[in-house]
Design a binder for this molecule. Sequence first.
Ligand code: OGA
Ligand code: NI
Length: 394
Amino acid sequence: MHLHIPSQFLQSRIVSQPLYRRPRCSHMAAIAPIGPQLSQPSLSHPPPSKLTTVKALSESSGLSSIPSIYTFPKQPNHEPVSDTKEPIPTIDFSLLISSNPDERSKTIRELGKACRDWGFFMVTNHGVPERMMKAMIEVCREFFELTEEEKGECEGKHVLDPIRYGTSFNPSVDKILYWRDYLKIFQHPAFHSPSNPPSFREIALEYSKRTREVMKEIVRGISESLGLEDKYIEKASNLENCLQIMIANLYPSCPQPELAMGLPAHSDHGLLTLLIQNDTVGLQVLHKDKWVNIHPIPNSFLANIGDHIEILSNRKYKSVLHRAVVNDRDARISIALAHGPAMDAAVSPAPMLLEDGQNPLAYRAMKYKEYVELQQSNKLDGKSCLEHIRNRGI
Ligand code: OGA
Ligand code: NI
């Protein structure tokens, strides 16, 4: 692949050292694969040593083309994007928690339809103050503005470390790197925060608490929409101790956005993800076999169901593939709060949804902690983790 690297860039620190160094992992070959594509996570896997972040790369002066390690041969952004005017569903949260039973049951029906048809929906009137959402985005932006040395303090060593700053998805397995830097923080059942910026802790603590409340009500609604008791999912997944992870994504502007990818097609591992973003679009959802650009309503949450709703519902509701594309104008920041079962809960399909024998058991149970570890240790590849626990006897 021919590389156009400007001369200033060639002189920079970034290229005078190798652009990235893969971890030396001679023990990798000894890891037995447990599925066609997935390898068992290794607790002793060394972290990739000092990787250039996309932010540093995008700020190198005169960058007019991207290094080949970021270039996708298939040019993913050239795939047709649906021009559908069919808007993604909107759920009015205030009606979901309404004391008027008619309003509530109508909203639960809409929620069920949104889960069945799209797997994605916007949530309005959720009660989380706009200033809190803006402050959260702002303080994440401030975090990414810190020096690489300061941010480096948050570099995790293992995929289950409660604070992890990094780039791409999993550079030790990504053959082509994604145009994305990230900060992942476990916020529940134990709350963690980087110490810098100093205001991060207070803002994130409040935001994560409020978001969990919204999540819990939506999960109750989903439970009811499946014909289950409203607290069924909550109890089955021990939501009291739910694993809540904040994933702050930074997608710097990219000189060749049609060649790069922010995040590839994937489904989320948990139950429900609630996402907010700055004013820049970039999220695409696969709907009826076409990629659809998502333009969120301001101050709403963009919600999507994850693999564990697909498991619990025995495929009545399916987690949906989505991806993030990049652009050559503005940096995009998105903050996803991923909510899953408790780490030690092993969730299986609700027996009530199998009763008539029409729906054989679709998935075997796996501890959520192991599921997250499996997803985070491998390359991000569609719904490969869910496939891994698919009951093949049917
Ligand atoms: C994620 C994700 C999409 C986005 O973090 O899991 O899908 O728009 N992010 O950043
Ligand atoms: Ni996602």
